[in-house]
Write a protein that binds this ligand. Structure first.
Ligand code: ADP
Length: 821
């Protein structure tokens, strides 16, 4: 069996085998003329032997072609000449007729033989061509079934090789960049050195490179031919075969080449070449289609992967968890290892997630990360991607790269080698121009290299992840802001936020209330430096005029990178109280000093030798008693105010004869003032209030005292008590004077502790500023209220309203009092 038969066991020959063919031709050439001779002797007339011999020669030629025809012609002529050409039973070509017969016999033998041979050759060729076409069709059908590039390669190197009747075949594909040819499959090249011939350049001086460059087939019939055309291959192994390189072209592009090896003596006729080229064209179309299919499938896979990843990223605002899940999703679909690193707030690199199908390896990776913490200044890797915001793409990790990356650290190099890293992609997570982190995909055990498409997919994934992280952070920030805003709304202090240029960014309700309304119109009134520009102390108290009133604002500020937060507090009241308090100390000291000085003076006078004690003694003692009383009153006021502050003076409510109390007070006062003022009292008959009588006496006494004190020019002080119109459950008591009056803005203040109006306004009258405070507190505790109406210089009316009581329940009957005392 020859090599061809190995490749093509069915064989390609048609018709009978050669030796049997020759035997039958010889038999026909001998037997048919012999039979004709016998036939001519028995039943044919003398004229017909020639015709019969000619038929016999034709028959023999039809069976055995020209050689058989010529042999039959020779045998026929011998028979014809001996038996039928006169003289019978003798040899010799003597007559012209014999010569004619001889020529005719040989012409018929040669002519018919030639015709038959030609016809048979044509038929055989047609059959071979038909068989080839059928085989090529079978290859086309098998290619039609092939879905992947690998399946196409398998079909070309099995059915295809057989169809082309080749001994061996090899397919090389041009790289994406168009610079190299990579051997992707071979069959029959058993001793091919793949390290040497697995990949070579399109520009190399090699047969397949030439085919790819020119797009034309290259036929190499012998080693000499090869060495002559490709000197670089001279001296290579003995070439005992014919080599054919065919371009794999599709739609004008050469995507690679098909190399076929044939037996040395193979002839490459037109048909054979056409078949090989057809095979190459089919292979190219099949590969292109498979590539397209694979690209389509890969695109579909990518899309569905991205959709899945997007769904995952959108599933929660806890981006740390979703990114960890994303890393898990990437292995082993996109990578054998996936890592996600984030930029921490202090700029350091924080590893958020590492994923690998083997948990032990993940632990190992964490250990490694601890032993070799990331260097933020590293020229390559995650640090570089985070610094530059540019992706890093290592389609194949070379030994040199590893050596350089590990910077001579043999141990680390050993570890990295052991991990078997093949390729890596690191892409930045960028949102709104900021690099938030990096996603690394690493090919090791199952994936062997990365392509541009993988990089694009990683970039797409990183974009989505970055948007998700950014959204989650924005949401957290806005939640935080909302919580802060809610808290700010609740607090009583006014808070104002300004940017670095002093523009208002935010303020709370308290600020709006303090600074004149919704858009803080009064903000502009603050001295400039308090609003953010310039330097000033952290806390200042500044005056500001609001609605014609001076208010004092305490302004604290805290600066931060985007601006400044101001906290404002209205301290007007506090300042006033503070002032009032210090004034009180002065006043109280002065008030206490006056009676003390008087008593002291009296004692000194009484001790003198030059006075007559009997004569002046009583007068002095009375004076001393009065001053002591005044001292006691002041101290009582101070004590009571203290008790009221503490909230616990004893109050006992009972039905009181208000008329009686007023009458007593008016009587006592009238006798004391010696007619400097006119005192009147008018009380509705049979009224009673529910109160603590001692406290009511104190309140009214104080009001009457003030009415006299603050009417330095005399006049009438009238005390009245009655039901106000239509309110039977209330008794209203009024103390009216014609004195200096109280300016309207001060009217509310005078009921506060220690508040005394301007001494000039009060005409230099002494006091502690406690009387009205005590009065208000006592009235409130008796469930009543006190108020004033007054005009400056036009006298004042102090009004006390208390709950009415049933007059009939009083133990002592009421006297009707309405007259002057
Ligand atoms: P004091 O009289 O001891 O100063 P008060 O609390 O009784 O303290 O009064 C507070 C202030 O109210 C007084 O200092 C005075 O300026 C003002 N005032 C009180 N009563 C009158 C009044 N009848 N007429 C004018 N001013 C008054």
């Amino acid at each position: 069996m020859n090599e061809l038969a190995e490749v093509w066991p069915q064989g390609i020959s048609v018709g009978l085998p050669r030796s049997r063919e020759v035997a039958s031709a010889i038999a026909a050439a001998l037997a048919i003329p012999g039979f004709v001779t016998l036939l001519a002797f028995t039943n044919v007339s003398s004229a017909t032997p020639r015709v019969l011999y000619i038929a016999a020669i034709a028959a023999a030629a039809a069976i055995g072609e020209r050689a058989s025809g010529l042999l039959a012609a020779a045998v026929s002529f011998v028979g014809f000449d001996y038996f039928f050409s006169p003289p019978a039973h003798s040899w010799g070509v003597s007559r012209g007729a014999d010569i004619v017969a001889l020529v005719v016999f040989f012409v018929v033998g040669a002519g018919v033989g030639q015709l038959v041979a030609r016809e048979r050759r044509a038929r055989r060729r047609a059959e071979v061509a038909g068989a080839r076409a059928r085989r090529l069709e079978a290859v086309a059908a098998a290619l039609g079934q092939a879905r992947t590039a690998q399946e196409v390669l398998d079909v070309v190197l099995s059915e295809g090789l057989e169809a082309a009747e080749a001994l061996a075949g090899l397919i090389g594909l041009v790289s994406e960049a168009g610079e190299t040819i990579e051997v992707v499959a071979q069959r029959g090249f058993d001793h091919l050195d793949l390290d040497r011939w697995g990949r070579f350049n399109v520009a190399d001086d090699l047969p397949l490179s030439e085919t790819v460059r020119s797009g034309e087939p290259v036929y190499l019939a012998s080693g000499a031919d090869r060495d002559r055309r490709y000197p670089s291959l001279a001296g290579e192994t003995e070439m005992s075969y014919t080599l054919v390189c065919l371009p794999l072209r599709f739609e004008g592009r050469t995507i690679g080449g098909l190399v076929l090896r044939f037996p040395a003596e193979t002839e490459f006729d037109q048909e054979r070449r056409a078949l090989e080229e057809a095979l190459a064209a089919q292979a190219a179309a099949g590969l292109d289609r498979a590539r397209l299919n694979e690209a389509e499938r890969a695109a579909r896979d990518s899309l569905s992967f991205l959709a899945e990843a997007s769904e995952l990223l959108a599933s929660s605002l806890n981006y740390e968890r979703t990114l960890s899940q994303l890393a898990e999703l990437c292995v082993p679909r996109l990578a054998d290892w996936c890592a996600i690193d984030m930029v921490a707030t202090d700029g350091s690199i924080e590893r958020l997630a590492v994923a690998h199908p083997d948990p032990a390896k993940v632990r190992y990776a964490h250990e490694l990360a601890e032993r070799y913490p990331p260097d933020p200044d590293a020229p390559t890797g995650v640090a570089n991607v985070l610094r530059t915001g540019k992706p890093e793409f290592l389609p194949e990790i070379s030994e040199e790269f590893l050596a350089e990356a590990t910077k001579g650290d043999e141990e680390l190099l050993g570890i990295v080698r052991e991990l078997g890293l093949h390729a890596a992609i690191t892409v930045p997570l960028i949102a709104r121009g900021r690099t938030l982190g990096a996603l690394s995909l690493i090919a090791a055990e199952t994936i062997h290299h990365y392509t541009e498409k993988d990089l694009q997919l990683a970039l797409d994934l990183a974009r989505r992840a970055a948007v998700a992280v950014d959204n989650a952070r924005l949401h957290a920030e806005s939640e935080q802001r909302a919580a802060a805003a809610r808290a700010l709304r609740q607090i009583a202090e006014a808070v104002v936020l300004v940017d670095v240029d002093g523009r208002l960014l935010y303020w709370n309700e308290a600020a709006a209330n303090l600074l004149g309304g919704e858009r803080l119109p009064a903000w502009q009134l603050l001295p400039l430096e308090e609003r953010g520009a310039g330097k000033q102390s952290a806390q200042v108290t500044v005056p500001i005029e609001l609605d014609g009133w001076e208010r004092w604002l305490q302004v604290s500020r805290v600066e931060f990178e985007d601006g400044c937060v101001f906290v404002l507090r209205d301290v007007t009241e506090e300042r006033l109280l503070e002032r009032t308090r210090s004034e009180f100390v002065a006043t109280a000291s002065h008030e206490l000093r006056t009676p003390i000085a008087a008593v002291y003076g009296i004692f000194q006078t009484l001790l003198r030798d030059d006075i007559d004690r009997d004569q002046v003694g009583e007068e002095f003692l009375r004076l001393g008693l009065k001053e002591s009383q005044r001292l006691a009153d002041i101290v009582d006021d101070l004590l009571l105010a203290g008790q009221l502050d503490a909230g616990n003076p004893r109050i006992e409510l009972t039905g009181c004869d208000v008329g009686g109390i007023i009458a007593e007070l008016v009587d006592a006062t009238a006798s004391r003032i010696n007619g400097s003022h006119t005192l009147t009292a008018r009380v509705e008959p049979n009224i009673a209030v529910r109160c603590d009588p001692l406290r009511l006496r104190q309140v009214l006494g104080n009001l009457i005292e003030n009415a006299i004190k603050y009417s330095p020019d005399g006049g009438t002080v009238a005390v009245e008590a009655a039901h106000p119109a239509g309110r039977s459950n209330v008794i209203r008591i009024e103390v009216k004077d014609e004195g200096i009056g109280i300016p309207e803005p001060d009217q509310a203040r005078i009921f506060e502790r220690f508040v005394r109006l301007d001494p000039a306004q009060a005409s230099g009258v002494g006091g502690t500023g406690l009387g009205l405070y005590i009065s208000r507190e006592l009235v409130n505790r008796m469930h009543g209220r006190i108020s004033v109406t007054s005009r400056r210089g036009a006298g004042s009316i102090f009004t006390v309203e208390l709950p009415a009581s049933d007059a009939s329940t009083l133990r002592t009957p009421l006297l009707s009092r309405s007259a002057n005392p």
